[in-house]
Write a protein that binds this ligand. Structure first.
Ligand code: SF4
Length: 204
């Protein structure tokens, strides 16, 4: 049987396990910071995440089905979250003219105000990242994108909107240069996007 990444002997012998354990610590930090922010505004962590998502994404993504995929939750759970946020007057449903059961979720003025405030919850994580030199930042970002892509292909997480899975993305044979066919321009490694509004899923 394979050893656990959380087995200390395994960690001491394998850097891969130390990296996995480090990522787990960082995910714990996200949970703690999100929890602090939630308590401050009497919201649950998923309510905070939904508010932040609504603040930064266009209307075709502001729907229950998309949110369910985005957060890897059932539609019923997301519908309950939306209902509670609506009761708190933080969002408004905009029903679509062609289908009275389908609606776009918009933030209310109060919801926008709170979403702006809670969206700063990750500042403490950005702080050490911003102190890295540019090469280290780019290497870290490429490594994380590779991990995210693997998790997506393995079916652990569903939606991601990164350049490397985009139909508009091109790379040179040696894999050193990046190009966006939509913007019609080369992209530096530091310009690669993790959540692009124009992302078009590449099939195959
Ligand atoms: S459209 Fe966006 S995600 Fe796609 S390659 Fe261009 S910048 Fe990247």
């Amino acid at each position: 049987m394979q050893n656990s990444d959380f087995d200390l002997d395994q960690q001491n012998q394998h850097i891969e396990s130390r990296i996995v354990a480090s990522l787990e610590r960082i995910s714990q930090a996200f949970r703690v910071l999100l929890w602090h922010e939630s308590k401050e505004f009497s919201l649950s962590p998923i309510q905070v995440q939904v508010l932040i998502f609504l603040l930064h994404h266009a209307e075709e993504k502001r729907k229950v089905s998309y949110l369910a995929d985005e957060f890897n939750m059932t539609r019923a759970t997301i519908s309950d979250t939306v209902k509670l946020l609506e009761q708190k007057k933080l969002l408004v449903k905009e029903y679509e003219p062609h289908d009275s059961r389908s609606f776009i979720i918009n933030l209310s003025a109060k919801g926008t105000d709170i979403a702006r405030k809670v969206s700063l919850f990750s500042e403490e994580i950005r702080s050490p990242v911003s102190k890295l030199n540019q090469d280290d930042k780019e290497n870290l970002m490429l490594s994380l994108m590779g991990i995210i892509r693997h998790l997506n292909q393995a079916g652990v997480i569903t939606i991601q909107r990164m350049c490397k899975t985009c139909a508009y993305y091109q790379q040179t044979a040696k894999g050193q240069k990046h190009f966006c066919k939509l913007l019609n321009q080369p992209l530096e490694t530091g310009d690669l996007r993790i959540d692009c509004p124009e992302h078009e899923l590449k099939h195959g």
